[in-house]
Design a protein around this ligand. Structure first.
Ligand code: GRF
Length: 220
């Protein structure tokens, strides 16, 4: 029986993706130990969710650091104190210093609300609607120094309706994100999915195509 992966989650806001991980762990559907929630926003609601779940919640304020790099080094050094096997960025709204990212290469994933490589960065739902796309979605990828640019592990897709606003689309996508993040985290934590150089491998073999979340909640 391999030891359960120790996972540290980073969040800057609401924390619904974090909550989805906690719930999956609690239901026995995600064999990991979420050992801490870190945030760059001392008032982030995610911190209260963590405390309610009995997970250590740590917030560092960027204002207390001389530079962005100093803050990034400090919050990731704090994360390292929990000896994580995996870091999950779940609504962590900071661009992280490349040197810090490199230290966690292959051990850090992020969920981003677009069908990468389309729409890295912000306002993805509005951009998809404005572009007239027929569908939108979310991606879980390994984090590399390029913003939202790391190798994609898995995606979920949903149709864009003519009546959609950025808000309605984001709301419909969010519940799918939760299932995507749980499924992708499970595969990475088990070691089935890993980063080899700059490619996603599954059981040691290059992943032929990005995994997709099916209606059954499975990745295939
Ligand atoms: C999610 O849509 C995630 O994809 C994006 O920010 C949002 C975070 O939501 N990066 P929450 O804090 O997990 O509820």
């Amino acid at each position: 029986m391999t030891a359960r992966h120790r996972v540290v989650v980073f969040a800057s806001g609401r924390g619904s993706n974090f909550a989805a991980l906690i719930e999956a762990q609690r239901r026995g559907e995600l064999p990991i130990d979420i050992v801490a929630l870190l945030s760059d926003k001392p008032a982030a609601p995610a911190l209260a969710l963590a405390r309610a779940a009995g997970v250590e919640a740590v917030a560092l304020s960027p204002r207390e650091y001389a530079s962005r790099e100093d803050f990034d080094r400090a919050i990731f050094a704090r994360a390292a104190q929990f000896a994580p096997d995996l870091i999950v960025l779940a609504g962590y709204m900071r661009i992280i210093d490349p040197a810090v990212v490199e230290r966690w290469r292959g051990r850090m994933i992020n969920i981003h609300p677009s069908l990468l490589p389309k729409y890295p960065g912000l306002h993805t739902h509005a951009r998809a609607i404005q572009s007239g796309d027929a569908e939108h979605g979310a991606s879980v990828h390994f984090v590399t120094p390029e913003l939202d640019g790391g190798p994609v592990i898995a995606q979920v897709r949903l149709p864009i309706f003519a009546s959609d606003t950025a808000e309605s689309l984001a709301r419909r996508l969010l519940s799918l994100e939760h299932r995507l993040l749980v499924a992708a985290t499970r595969l990475v934590a088990s070691g089935e999915i890993a980063l080899d150089d700059n490619r996603v491998v599954r059981n040691g073999k290059p992943l032929a195509a990005t995994l997709h979340l099916g209606a059954d909640g499975e990745l295939g």
